[in-house]
Design a protein around this ligand. Sequence first.
Ligand SMILES: [Zn+2]
Length: 151
Amino acid sequence: MMKYLINQMRLENKKNKRRDKIRAAKLKQKQNKSANQLAQEFKQTKVRGIHTASDAFLMTYEWRKVRMEALKKYGARCQCCGATPAHGAVMNVDHIKPRKLYPHLALDLNNLQVLCHDCNHGKGNWDMTDWRERNESPIQLDLRDVSIKVF
Ligand SMILES: [Zn+2]
């Protein structure tokens, strides 16, 4: 009986050790991945030697191209207030996560939204509101309009 218990404990111990080993390997993999990711992100902060947080970046072909892609994807309509060039609004393509704080996301189409000049101007580097999701569902907007009228 005693021998059986000792054997059982040994087996349990072996199992735990193996589990710890797998956990350690997984953690190491994760750390390596984030190091790789950091290196990748650092690479993405420059376009042909121009830092993506600089003003010169806005003159690059790479930015103009992704800017056009955003306008094609979302249309020339402010995703915050709905203004269009027909209303006399000037369209800006805005970085949701600002270039100064997230330079590696400067050319990421998923980080872009279309805002009119007025809405974009009121937005500072502190504001990272993603207006795309908020105004995605017109039904939600209608409901909000209704509740404004009722109360
Ligand atoms: Zn607007």
